[in-house]
Design a binder for this molecule. Structure first.
Ligand code: NAP
Ligand code: HSE
Length: 443
């Protein structure tokens, strides 16, 4: 853009006018004065792309914008400087973002699924075309963690990231814990409130949190941790019973995304290649930890960095206006004509991270087994654990309901996932389990 372009309105095409897109539509009107004062120019939305042009919409289109169902209309218009992609999904979103970059437009997106699964090609294209590709809203909604990792913390070596990265799952777990609401009802509420993905299995099976973790790993360490290689476990089928037992031990169950440097693989000069332990999993978090207190659709991220020490980010991780505010900040950065800094690293290609197999991670575990209430059963289960070198820290036994046996609940000392599944395999083979065992890591 030339010098004279700095005072003309930034021409925007908006692909998607759902939860986030309509929130952006509102903010562009409500915060027009802030946009002008901070960037020195106006933002003019020229076209809005939707799937169904006849759908009734609660939020009016931005003034002067035309509604269209034709993606070509957005990328061919020379009056459009930046495409804001808020449609979601992979194929159509990839198509329109690629076409916009090819046509020399900048891009702002909230699409973590696309960036995690197929983002490297888009970053490559943006670099070749010298265009900005910004994505603050794709991780943790309103919380500015992308900017923090890409700009504010670049003088640090990041040692670990750990957080609650999916608002829908956190909302479900919080409602199940505090109000005793059933899983299905809590999910329905999260969908109504606009937190869930169009396909909510992405939320409850951990994939949305995994997409965000892949982006955070790239931003923190400048390496590619392939999405398909990430160990991912969600909260589907989480039983109210385990939430209750965890509480009795003083813990809350949270869906956690975690990545940390493995011993001996810090990537420091002369060291072995950067080696990471990363995954998404439900975990017991002690009630005194800040992460245990993150409720509803809020997200949080703890970053441990070698100069800064520990940092804790907390805020709304989903929802219309919180997410739209992050999109608007990206749009305003484009309006200020900032130079592209899309990945936060100077290298054009990200190296593949070395991966620690999830079976080798060490942590304490919570284990619940349903067993026949017969003499010696506790000794037999403990024997299976001892055979794998697992040491039990605490145990409680509850009365059963007479149908599926009695619950035995253990908290173990630190062990590996390999040893834990070995012990439970032994118990199953010995016919001790009335139903599959449930086990979660303890942070
Ligand atoms: P949404 O409410 O389902 O809205 C999607 C919008 O895109 C709708 O306007 C839809 O048109 C349009 N659309 C979808 N597919 C299209 C296609 N193939 N062609 C043209 N238009 C299409 O989704 P959302 O919740 O706003 O999420 C949008 C993006 O933001 C997703 O990538 C999501 O992961 C991300 N995100 C969402 C949140 C959140 O809290 N919701 C937070 C952070 C990031 P119609 O209106 O005609 O159906
Ligand atoms: N579905 C996502 C969540 C939206 O619940 O966190 C925010 O990325």
């Amino acid at each position: 853009m030339s010098k004279s372009s700095e005072t003309r309105p930034l021409g925007v095409a908006l692909a998607g006018f759902g939860t986030v897109g309509s929130g952006l539509g509102r903010l562009l009107v409500e915060n027009a004065d802030i946009i002008r004062r901070r960037t020195g120019r106006d933002v003019a939305v020229r076209a809005v792309l939707v799937r169904d042009a006849h759908k009734a919409r609660e939020v009016p289109l931005p003034p002067g914008a035309v509604l269209t169902t034709d993606p070509a209309r957005l990328v061919n218009d020379p009056g459009i400087d930046v495409l804001v992609e808020l449609m979601g999904g992979i194929d159509a979103a990839r198509g329109i973002i690629s076409a916009a970059l090819e046509h020399g437009k900048h891009v702002v997106t909230a699409n973590k699924a696309l960036l995690a699964e197929d983002g490297l090609a888009l970053f490559r294209l943006a670099r070749r075309k010298r265009r900005i590709l910004r994505y603050e809203a794709s991780v943790a909604g309103a919380i500015p963690v992308v900017q923090a990792l890409k700009e504010s913390l670049v003088g640090n070596r990041i040692e670990s990231l750990m957080g609650i990265l999916n608002g829908t799952s956190n909302y479900i777990l919080s409602e199940m814990t505090s109000s005793g609401v059933e899983f299905g009802e809590a999910l329905r509420q999260a969908q109504e409130l606009g937190f869930a993905e169009a396909d909510p299995t992405l939320d409850i099976d951990g994939h949305d949190a995994a997409h965000k973790l892949v982006l955070l790993i790239r931003l923190a360490w400048g390496v590619d941790y392939p999405y398909a290689a990430l160990a991912v476990r969600g909260i589907r089928g989480m039983a109210a019973l385990d939430i209750r037992f965890a509480r009795e031990f003083g813990y809350r169950i949270k869906l956690i995304g975690q990545a940390r440097l493995a011993a001996g693989g810090t990537g420091a000069a002369g060291d072995a290649p950067l080696r990471l332990e990363a995954g998404v999993f439900p975990a017991l978090v002690h009630h005194t930890f800040l992460l245990a207190r993150v409720g509803g659709a809020y997200n949080a991220l703890r970053v441990d960095a070698n100069a800064a020490g520990p940092l804790f980010f907390h805020g709304r991780g989903a929802g219309s206006l919180p997410t739209a505010g992050a999109v608007l900040a990206d749009l305003m950065a484009v309006a200020r004509e900032e130079r592209p800094n899309n990945t936060g690293f100077a290298e054009s290609e990200l190296e593949r991270a070395a991966i620690v197999p999830p079976e080798d991670w060490r942590s304490p575990y919570y284990v619940r087994v349903m067993v026949e209430d017969t003499p010696g059963v506790l000794r037999d289960i403990s024997g299976c654990m001892a055979a794998e070198g697992i040491s039990v820290a605490q145990m409680i036994q509850k009365a059963g309901d007479g149908t599926s046996g009695v619950p035995l609940v253990f908290m173990t000392h630190e062990t590996t996932a390999r040893a834990m599944s070995g012990a439970l395999g032994r118990a199953a083979d010995a016919g001790l389990l009335r139903e599959p065992a449930v086990y979660y890591r303890v942070l």
